[in-house]
Design a protein around this ligand. Structure first.
Ligand code: NAD
Ligand code: DAU
Length: 356
């Protein structure tokens, strides 16, 4: 069995669903169920004995130690985190608690458990830490893409907290020999993405007839990867990655934000035309920029392709079509996720962003 943390969030839940669709190895899913955790995403596993859900915090040392001792997992995959950059700017405290202190406590519990293993069980154990390309900082337009040896230059409280967690993971390998692996991935998109993030926010706002808030000049570049390709990369790293290794994961798919928004508008024009016959592009609104906004991320994913044979299956064209269609087909999931807490966040975040 494996222990997954943060498995009720966007990527973690996609990972758990894909994992159990592919094999019968059980999953213990430890998730605090913050605003970003959503049991509805896991509804299809409700009666499934292969999925053991535990509501709890990765920073709860006693709980994690007990779960490890009772279930004896062969691996831990750490997705749990505070993940939204804008929230880290307005209130960084939770990012420090979960991403740094929480990862530290999780590592300590895992170290205790792994220290008590022996023989093949000990040799085969793995701790996979799911991290981000944002730890590397921002690139100029002509700079080469991030490789695994690019220096760390995090610029937001979110990326600084993820960088700190990566350093702790690295230190547990160097100091204690813990068999850790780290993945640094680019921007994911796909089903079950919480609508505070660019792509689902734009789809949902467009359909609701609301403005599509593009930060600054909209020319910030991100490298987009379909979430199921990220999940397959993590499976490859778990099964074949070398302990202590770091793997960059990306979609070879750099695009400026405004192009992403225009693509979403064009797909909605095709699938669900506006009643007035105009394009959803009419709703695009340039707003105040994110403070300290990183200009460009780009991932060089050649190491994972060369060493583990992984590469993405989806192109952006196929992945974004599937994503827009998924949101159109799942209005209930969307409306339930737009809770009171979510509405409050949207109101605060976009209150003073009158068209720039
Ligand atoms: P998310 O915000 O959608 O989900 C995070 C999950 O972690 C939620 O279910 C939440 O309830 C849970 N959680 C938060 N604090 C916890 C705690 N203290 N203990 C236990 N559970 C807790 O995030 P996501 O987009 O699915 O990202 C998952 C991981 O992948 C994160 O570590 C993130 O840094 C990393 N990542 C995300 C992206 C992306 O584009 N979304 C890209 C690269 C890396
Ligand atoms: O690069 C990987 C990272 O990608 C992950 O580590 C993070 O967890 C994930 O949230 C994501 O971070 P970003 O800040 O890149 O994602 P976000 O969807 O918030 O924003 C994507 C881009 O779109 C970014 O340049 C900001 C811009 N944006 C975002 C929102 C929410 C807008 O222009 N308008 C918006 O309303």
């Amino acid at each position: 069995m494996i222990l997954v943390t943060g498995g009720a969030g966007f990527i973690g839940a996609n990972f758990v669903l894909d994992w159990l669709a592919r094999n019968d190895e059980p999953v213990i899913n430890l998730d605090k169920l913050t605003y970003a955790g959503n049991m509805e995403t896991l509804a299809s596993l409700k009666e499934d004995p292969r999925h053991i859900f535990v509501k709890g915090d990765i920073g709860d040392s006693a709980l994690v130690a007990d779960l490890l001792a009772r279930h004896q997992p062969r691996a831990v995959i750490n997705f749990a985190a505070e993940s939204h950059v804008d929230r880290s700017i307005s209130s960084p405290e939770d990012f420090i608690q979960t991403n740094i202190v929480g990862t530290f406590r999780l590592l300590e519990a895992v170290r205790g458990y792994w220290g008590g293993l022996s023989g093949g069980t000990r040799d085969g154990f793995r701790f996979v830490h799911v991290s981000t390309d944002e730890v590397y900082g921002s690139l100029a337009s002509a700079d080469p893409a991030f490789t695994e040896s690019h220096r760390y230059e995090p610029n937001s409280p979110y990326s600084a907290s993820k960088a700190a967690s990566d350093h702790l993971v690295r230190a547990y390998r160097h100091t204690y020999g813990l068999p850790v692996l780290t993945t640094n991935c680019s921007n994911n998109y796909g089903p079950y993405h919480f609508p505070e993030k660019l792509i689902p926010l734009m789809i949902i706002n467009a359909l609701a007839g609301k403005p599509l808030p593009v930060y600054g000049d909209g020319m910030q570049v991100r490298d987009w990867l379909y979430v199921k390709d990220h999940c397959s990369a993590i499976r490859s790293v778990l099964e074949a990655g070398g302990p202590g290794e770091v793997y960059n994961v990306g979609g070879w798919n750099e695009k400026p934000n405004i192009e992403i928004v225009q693509t979403i508008c064009a797909l909605l024009d095709e699938f669900r035309p506006r009643a007035d016959g105009k394009s959803y592009r009419e709703q695009i609104s340039y707003v105040k920029d994110r403070p300290g906004h990183d200009r460009r991320y780009a991932i060089d994913a050649s190491k994972i392709q060369r060493e583990l044979g992984w590469k993405p299956v989806e192109t952006f064209e196929t992945g974004i079509r599937k994503t827009v269609q998924w949101y159109l087909a799942n209005p209930e999931w969307v409306s339930h996720v737009q809770s009171g807490a979510y509405r409050e966040w949207v109101q605060t975040q976009y209150a003073d962003t009158a068209a720039a």
